[in-house]
Design a protein around this ligand. Structure first.
Ligand code: NDP
Length: 241
């Protein structure tokens, strides 16, 4: 049975990925920072599908947070996959109006943390192992006026996908990324701009925001044997944007 870590796995895109992977028979370790009761409710729903699932609290910008995730995975068995999904933005503003500590936090959570999560996976994954990084369409457009530092972090994660994918290719480990476009989750509302998704949706060529399940489908395919010849690349799931 596959055993997969999903960071940020109890809400938003990560929760949709976890639900889809559970339906495909993956045992799961979910990283989260939310309250224990809501994490337990997510675990109960996934276990009802017939897989094993544990939720591990922790901040992935700390060594302890990453170690706790892998300690839980090691208890369950041999790791086969990681979905580096946790990420955050804290405000929409030009760089000069963004506090320096917030810039650092953004780079930490969106770039340093997933790199260190991937690093810890390398010696645990065998042939057929897969690392999926959730990057962003922002990495291509740079997101001027909104969060250029977040876009730069995500572009870094795309390049990590390329470089690490090549580094691990001869070991049969694939490293891929999914770059979502505008996806309807709390990421947009926690920054204090509840109307953002509705305002931006008409600018998307397909005319709407995407749903977390549409990212989950792409992740599940990339993790499957059907994508066995896909590595060191990023798949955009962005409605044509
Ligand atoms: P949400 O805000 O809904 O979820 C973010 C997740 O990341 C939460 O589960 C959160 O955990 C977790 N997280 C944030 N910071 C940390 C941290 N320091 N340590 C551990 N976990 C953390 O966002 P989405 O579901 O929309 O985003 C998922 C990924 O998709 C992110 O990487 C995001 O950048 C990317 N993305 C999203 C897009 C969108 O339009 N929604 C577009 C492009 C990319 P908790 O809730 O427990 O705190």
């Amino acid at each position: 049975m596959p055993l997969t870590i999903v960071t940020g796995g109890t809400r938003g895109i990560g929760a949709a990925v976890a639900a889809r992977l559970a339906a495909e028979g993956h045992d799961l370790v979910l990283g989260h920072r939310s309250d224990a009761a809501s994490a337990a409710a997510v675990v109960a729903r996934l276990e009802a599908v017939g897989v094993r699932c544990v939720a591990v609290p922790g901040d992935l910008t700390t060594d302890e947070g990453i170690e706790a995730l892998y300690a839980a995975a090691d208890d369950l068995g041999a790791l086969t996959g990681v979905v580096n999904n946790a990420g955050a933005t804290y405000r929409f503003a030009p760089l000069a109006d963004t506090p320096a500590d917030e810039v650092r936090r953004t780079i930490d959570v969106n770039l340093t943390a997933p790199i260190l999560v991937a690093r810890a996976a390398v010696h645990r994954l065998g042939r057929g192992g897969v690392i999926v990084n959730i990057t962003s369409g922002a990495a291509t457009i740079g997101s001027p006026g909104e969060y250029v530092h977040y876009a730069a972090a995500k572009a870094g994660l795309d390049l990590l996908t390329r470089g690490l994918g090549l580094e691990l290719a001869d070991r049969g480990i694939r490293v891929v990324a999914v770059a979502p476009g505008l996806i309807e989750t709390e990421l947009h509302t926690t920054t204090g701009d509840p109307g953002r998704v509705a305002r931006m949706a008409p600018q998307i060529p397909l005319g709407r925001a995407g749903q977390p399940e549409e990212i989950a489908g792409a992740v599940a395919w990339l993790m499957s044997e059907e994508a066995s010849y896909v590595t060191a690349t990023t798949l955009r799931v962005a409605g044509g944007r």
